[in-house]
Design a binder for this molecule. Structure first.
Ligand code: SF4
Ligand code: MSK
Length: 653
């Protein structure tokens, strides 16, 4: 039991781990025990980019490396440990950026098809955001129809991928000082595709062999993610599906229903999930489900697709990254419908232990042995109906081995930048002023973005929970996305009542006044761009410096695992944010490179990386950074805003 408890802090997860063992179903938690990570690869000291290698250049263990050893620690071509480690690191940034950028591109293609009237079932839902974006991009509005405006927007944004010179258009959203820093450091991205391609070229055998130069292009590539591909993805999704507003929902495996057809949508791109949400409740579908003995159709989400549909429709979430096989283990899942990113190939193997159908739907993401139902904007309704019917047809095939944990938690999500603006300032004077004022008067100490994945090398959800509890206890307002957000939602911290229970007195007072939880769910992984926008809004509101790096703010990903997390972390650092990662760090094999990331980056960007596997210590490091920024701003002593009466004014005089 003690061993089992090391796997997760989530009871529903532990219950299903036990069931999987009973059922003889191999899951990620088992494989993490038998498959130990390669220590040389884990520290970033393995190069396999040419066939003279793989070359392994590990750091000597348990003692200092001598200068002579350091000089000789090279691959066959002479590449140093610094070059090898830096190449590995920036290739992760390139892959993460590519993933987010390609997601954004898919959204643009759907947006364009919608504007042209070629995407049945889709429409422009958020006119206000469409017009706002048109103004940002200099697209003419006048008397033109929304579809015409949308078409122009899609052309302008698609050009951001193809562009070879100049700067990405969304960089202009950042504070002016930040833009100057990017220009000074030569990292303002020119075009999204160009930066990713150049990063791959520069890390090819025998090209860029200076770690500083590699990291500079790494920063430029990551900015093409945060202020490029991801930001495009978020904006277009908001226009197509509606900018999120506060919405109540439920989370954990207990959202699955024993007497209904259960369908899980898993991955990142929300267009199919949006369509499934509609067609799964069509009267003919419900009747068809009834004809197979089911009492209804229950659509739930997993990973970031879940966050997308939760934020906009309040659809239930079955779990985060490490729970994907466990939804199958319940024996109650008729279909797991996947799109792209963070989908373990193992779900296909787990499904063989039960009756679940694994349906891949995206031309870019196939799984051997799974069924494929291709979905695109031109056949959305038809494909979605086919998928729901396939799930219904599978309902009678349940093997009688159904056990759904009776565990689910209420949450409130939907905190987009627009929502925070509105909640803080109201409909007619929407602004971040009350947030800034409460930071200045010390009720709120600062703001932290805690994001990222789960990682089977550390106790599921534990680091997220410990870190966030420590932060809010110390009056730090926490913004969340991705699987990190789901961890806190499961633990019950995403309801307004959590403020009085877990937050420090100052933060709790503000949360209770505004009616928000102390931990705000801002969406999926691409929606980390919302955190950049929120940070910029705080700078522009005034009183907290003139750059993101001046804010009493910090970022973290305590259970990260994906290359996207490294891309996100790097664009936060290059945007001026102190960013702490947990679990493991991929450049420990090169102390010189790590030193550059952990210290020298700050002189360039005002933000830097840090690594601390202990989540409470990491939170304290973030708080110390926040306090240092408060001191630099001259707001380290708590002070109240005082309205002066005449007598007080005279006294002043
Ligand atoms: Fe080895 Fe150099 Fe080839 Fe890398 S590029 S595998 S270090 S020879
Ligand atoms: S899904 S990238 S495991 S957050 Fe976005 Fe979760 Fe990380 Fe995938």
């Amino acid at each position: 039991m003690a061993e089992a408890a090391k796997k997760s802090i989530d009871q529903a997860t532990l219950e299903m781990i036990e069931k999987a063992a009973k059922d003889g179903c191999n899951i990620v938690f088992d494989r993490a025990e038998t498959m130990k990570p390669c220590p040389i690869g884990a520290e970033g000291s393995c190069c396999r980019i040419c066939s003279m290698g793989p070359c392994r250049v590990p750091l000597p263990k348990g003692r200092e490396e001598t200068p002579e050893e350091k000089r000789k620690r090279r691959g066959v071509c002479g590449a140093t440990a610094e070059t090898i480690s830096a190449r590995n690191f920036v290739r992760m940034i390139a892959a993460g950026t590519a993933a987010h950028a390609d997601h954004g591109r898919t959204m643009l293609e759907l947006f364009k098809a919608t504007a042209e009237g070629k995407a049945e079932g889709f429409a422009i839902k958020d006119e206000q955001k469409l017009l706002q974006l048109a103004m940002d991009l200099g697209v003419k509005i006048g008397e033109r129809a929304n579809n015409e405006i949308a078409l122009d927007i899609s052309n302008v944004l698609m050009e951001q991928y193809r562009q070879q010179e100049g700067e990405l258009i969304f960089l202009k959203r950042a504070p002016l000082k930040r833009q100057e820093i990017w220009r000074r450091e030569g990292v303002a991205p020119r075009g999204i595709d160009r930066e990713v391609v150049e990063m791959m070229h520069r890390t090819h055998m025998g090209v860029d062999q200076d770690y500083e130069s590699l990291l500079q292009q790494g920063a430029r590539t990551s900015l093409a993610d945060g202020w490029g591909g991801s930001m495009i993805g978020t904006d277009i999704q908001d226009i197509l599906f509606g900018a999120p507003a506060p919405v109540a929902g439920q989370i954990n495996l207990g959202v699955l229903k024993a007497d209904q057809v259960n369908i899980i949508v898993h991955g990142h791109e929300p267009q199919l999930a949006e369509m499934l949400a509609v067609v799964s409740q069509e009267p003919e579908m419900l009747k068809y489900a009834e004809s197979k003995g089911a009492k209804g159709i229950n659509l739930a989400g997993m990973c970031c697709t879940a966050n997308e549909v939760l934020m906009r429709h309040g659809l239930p979430i079955a779990g985060n990254f490490l729970q994907q096989e466990l939804a199958i283990v319940t024996g109650a899942l008729e279909a797991m419908v996947v799109d792209v990113q963070c989908i373990m190939q193992a779900i296909e193997e787990a499904a063989k232990c039960y009756h679940t159908r694994i349906l891949t739907t995206n031309p870019r993401a196939h799984i051997r042995g799974a069924e494929h139902v291709e979905f695109d904007e031109h056949n959305a309704v038809e494909a979605a109906r086919k998928i729901v019917r396939m799930a219904i047809d599978n309902f009678p095939n349940r093997k009688g081995n159904v056990q759904i944990p009776d565990i689910k938690t209420d949450l409130v999500a939907g905190f987009s930048h627009e929502t925070i603006n509105y909640l803080m300032g109201g409909m007619f004077r929407a602004s971040y002023r009350p947030l800034n004022d409460n930071i200045i008067n010390g009720r709120i100490r600062g703001v932290a973005g805690v994001v990222g994945c789960n990682n089977a090398r550390t106790t599921h959800d534990e680091a997220h929970l410990l870190m966030v509890k420590e932060l809010i206890k110390n009056d730090v307002l926490v913004l969340q996305t991705g699987c990190a957000a789901m961890a806190l939602a499961k633990a019950g911290l995403m309801v307004p009542e959590a403020a009085s229970k877990y937050a420090g007195a100052g933060l709790a007072e503000v949360c209770e006044t505004v009616g928000i939880p102390p931990v705000l769910h801002m969406g999926a992984c691409v929606d980390n761009s919302r955190i950049l926008v929120a940070a910029t809004a705080m700078v522009k509101e005034g009183g907290l410096g003139d750059d993101i790096s001046d804010l009493p703010a910090a970022g973290a990903a305590p259970e990260w695992m994906s290359e996207k997390a490294i891309a996100i972390g790097q664009y936060f650092v290059a945007s001026g944010v102190y960013t702490v990662f947990g679990t493991t760090w991929p450049t420990t094999g090169s102390p010189e490179l790590s030193e550059f990331l952990f210290k020298d980056m700050e002189t360039k960007y005002g933000g830097k990386w840090a690594f601390e596997p202990d989540p409470v210590k990491a939170a304290q490091m973030m708080i110390a950074h926040i306090d240092a920024k408060r001191k630099a701003l001259g707001i380290d002593k708590s002070r109240e805003r005082v309205l002066y009466d005449m007598a007080m004014r005279r006294e002043l005089g």
